[in-house]
Design a protein around this ligand. Structure first.
Ligand code: OSB
Ligand code: MG
Length: 374
């Protein structure tokens, strides 16, 4: 495709599809199995770009849901960008600065625009983003199980498949026992836990007990909107804290690292409003010498491909939550299939995100679709 530098956005498609996870995924904030995946397609200059909005079926991880994202996108974002020309994704993001919060909704359009832009240049996204690697070591995030023994068995199976790191979801009353069981079964595994904000500073003594198990980090132990108590907790823990829910921007990352609220950051493109902000955040972390890794939101292959491109950036030195598509779905909605081999995922090499939708399958799974034009 030949065009001048700027791209006009002619159409935005919102499409919600139904996908069922191959497992029940329980965290401290709820249970998921039936996923409603919101796909956002941006069309212009004869091409299209696609991304996945990672807002949830319920407001458990963040306040954003499929419904809030759909409404913000159709009522506020689309009217502002349809018919407009943008030279770069940063310019598009700038046009959307009037939207406070709703990062997952904004990110979906920003990421779809990056995909459209990269495809128009016939470049894979990772190159356009400035990535340095095309093979990404991956870990697995295991939900809360019925027993500690079942957790250890599941961890053992995933390590046997090659996963480079095992993360266990924990909550008060479900922490030391599963961690001990897994550590005893797998003495050398790279092991972490994720509390999804389930603890408070008064639980510091319980969290300190986790120091005995040589964890690579404890992810988001305290409140979703907190940095101050995390800094106090970090002073009391030997284990590194990794921040997830608390970090929504490069500025949050700077503040969190500056006060010692954690030593490691989980980066989710949707949570931080898109690639432009994710890259800034990554640069802040690198400047602080803090390792980062790419989080996951139980995405379809669309979101997962984007996550792999993000993971190509230099500072993503720890295994991400970008495990195999075949683990999540009986049939994923994209080609090629994004499966890890020996715990390593390849960054897709085609133009843009490098994956294409299986149109017929997506059509069959569609629960609602809206085509927005000026
Ligand atoms: O906190 O990292 C999290 C899934 C949904 C919401 C939040 C989180 C997660 C995961 C799963 O841990 C990661 C994945 O496999 O996509
Ligand atoms: Mg997390």
């Amino acid at each position: 495709m030949v065009h001048d530098a700027s791209m006009r956005i002619d159409q935005i498609e919102l499409r919600e599809i139904d996908l069922r996870l191959r497992f029940r995924f329980e965290t401290s904030f709820g249970v998921e199995q039936d996923r409603r995946v919101l796909l956002v397609t941006v069309r212009g200059e004869g091409g299209e770009g696609v991304a996945e909005c990672v807002a949830g079926e319920f407001p458990g991880y963040s306040y954003e849901t499929n419904e809030t994202a759909w409404s913000v996108l159709s009522d506020h974002v689309a009217p502002r960008v349809l018919g407009e020309d943008f030279d770069t994704p940063a310019q598009l993001l700038h046009a959307l600065r009037f939207v406070r919060g709703h990062n997952m909704a904004v990110a979906a359009v920003e990421m779809a625009f990056w995909d459209l832009w990269a495809r128009s240049l016939d470049l894979p996204l990772w190159k356009l983003l400035g990535g340095v690697r095309t093979a990404v070591p991956v870990g697995v995030s295991l939900g809360i199980q019925a027993t500690a023994e079942a957790t250890a068995e599941l961890a053992r199976q995933h390590v046997a498949e090659g996963y480079k790191r095992v993360k266990l979801k924990i909550k008060p009353g479900w922490d030391v026992a599963p961690v001990r069981a897994v550590r005893e079964a797998l003495p050398d595994v790279d092991l972490t836990v994720d509390a999804n904000s389930a603890y408070r500073l008064v639980d510091a003594a319980t969290l300190r007990r986790l120091d005995d198990f040589d964890l690579a980090y404890v992810e988001q132990p305290l409140a979703y909107d907190d940095l101050v108590d995390h800094a106090e907790l970090q002073r009391q823990l030997r284990t590194a804290i990794c921040l997830d829910e608390s970090i929504h921007s490069a500025e949050d990352a700077r503040k969190g690292l500056q006060i010692g609220a954690g030593r490691i950051l989980n980066v989710k493109v949707g949570r931080v409003r898109g690639y432009t902000q994710a890259k800034r955040l990554h640069d802040v972390a690198v400047a602080f010498g803090a390792p980062v890794w790419c989080g996951g939101m139980l995405e379809s292959g669309v979101g997962r491909a984007h996550n792999l491109h993000l993971s190509s950036l230099e500072g993503f030195v720890l295994p991400g939550d970008t495990s195999s598509a075949s683990r999540y779905w009986d049939e994923d909605i994209v080609e090629p299939l994004l499966d890890a081999v020996d715990g390593v995922q390849q960054v897709p090499q085609g133009p843009g995100s490098g994956v294409t939708l299986k149109r017929d399958l997506v059509e069959r799974l569609t629960r609602q679709v809206a085509t927005l034009t000026k």
